[in-house]
Design a protein around this ligand. Structure first.
Ligand SMILES: NC(=O)C1=CN([C@@H]2O[C@H](COP(=O)(O)OP(=O)(O)OC[C@H]3O[C@@H](n4cnc5c(N)ncnc54)[C@H](O)[C@@H]3O)[C@@H](O)[C@H]2O)C=CC1
Ligand SMILES: O=C(O)C1=N[C@H](C(=O)O)C[C@H](O)C1
Length: 266
């Protein structure tokens, strides 16, 4: 098995720390470097919590990508920087695996054309957890039969983007099989703005933010006399790591942009 050399952006974050551990503990993965907002020139192993995990720390993108020979960039930062990181990685011939959420459709289109131009794989995965991918697939199946749908995503209160990338992706997948429909009473009025949530093709998305939560979503399907609820819960960030591993292995085999791991799992 060939070794895959990996750069991780955002190593000190909640997801980044798990990803560093994953790479460190995976036989054919090698942590080539990390991109951080501080500690330029230091070694990761010198930071508390990363003992024994050797990797040079860079704060400058160009310096990192030009000095380090790497195959894959795993980005787990913020929407503000994730896009720039992915674009720059492709320019240096490095394949991005992006877990960062909050990208716009225009961002995805830009990355798609850059991926095509460079002939390199790129994976954007709004959710790496296998259960969440199945939840989205099941929701798409149900969306064929139920037209009235409310998505309730629930996350920790440090999350920057709303709605979550998973909720957006779920609504997109359902929209592929459901005719657009405005839900609720035609004359309904919000007496407090936002009460009915975000509107995506008539479906409603509600974002809950509370300390103590990790990542949870339930999709509710209503029809005369019945309710179907499809729910997934991630109780920790380790739940995402088998998907990160799969994405890294997969991105090495492709030369296009893949948006969503549902396109990768059988
Ligand atoms: N796809 C998936 O399955 C999952 C995706 N996420 C997404 O991953 C991202 C990170 O989530 P968390 O780890 O919870 O956030 P976090 O806030 O704990 O970590 C983000 C890290 O990125 C670092 N960072 C910010 N700007 C940077 C830059 N320019 N260069 C290098 N590092 C930079 C921050 O210092 C921080 O350590 C979010 O967009 C979140 O929505 C989170 C969980 C699962
Ligand atoms: O910020 C998070 O925590 C998560 N973000 C992703 C999203 O926006 O869907 C994936 C997961 O829900 C956790």
């Amino acid at each position: 098995m060939e070794t895959i050399k990996i750069i991780i952006a955002g190593p000190r974050g909640r997801m980044g720390l798990e990803a560093v551990k994953l790479v460190h503990n995976t036989e054919n993965f090698e942590l080539a470097a990390v991109l951080d907002r501080r500690n330029n020139g230091m070694n990761l192993s010198g930071l508390a919590g990363f003992e024994g995990m050797e990797a040079p720390i860079y704060t400058d993108l160009d310096e990192c990508f030009s000095s380090v020979k790497a195959d894959v960039l795993i980005d787990l930062t913020t929407p503000e920087f994730g896009m720039a990181h992915a674009e720059k990685a492709l320019e240096y011939g490095i394949r991005p695996v992006v877990g960062t959420t909050g990208f716009t459709n225009e961002d995805l289109l830009r990355l798609e054309s850059l991926t095509e131009e460079k002939g390199l794989g790129c994976i954007i995965a709004p959710n790496f957890a296998i259960g969440a991918i199945l939840m989205m697939k099941f929701a798409q199946m149900a969306g064929k039969y139920f037209k009235d749908i409310e998505i309730i995503e629930m996350h920790h209160d440090q999350k920057l983007d709303a709605p979550s990338g998973t909720a957006v992706k779920t609504a997109q997948l359902i929209s592929e099989v459901r005719e657009d429909k405005t839900q609720g009473h035609p004359s309904e009025k919000e007496t407090i703005p936002g009460a009915r949530g975000a509107d995506m093709n008539g479906m409603r998305i509600h974002s809950v933010r509370l300390p103590g939560l990790v990542a949870h979503q339930q999709v509710m399907f209503g029809m005369e006399g019945q309710l179907l609820t499809i729910r997934h819960d991630s109780f920790n960030r380790a739940s995402f790591m088998s998907g990160v591993r799969l994405a890294v292995e997969e991105v090495m085999k492709i030369d296009v942009l893949v948006y969503g791991l549902e396109n990768v799992i059988e």
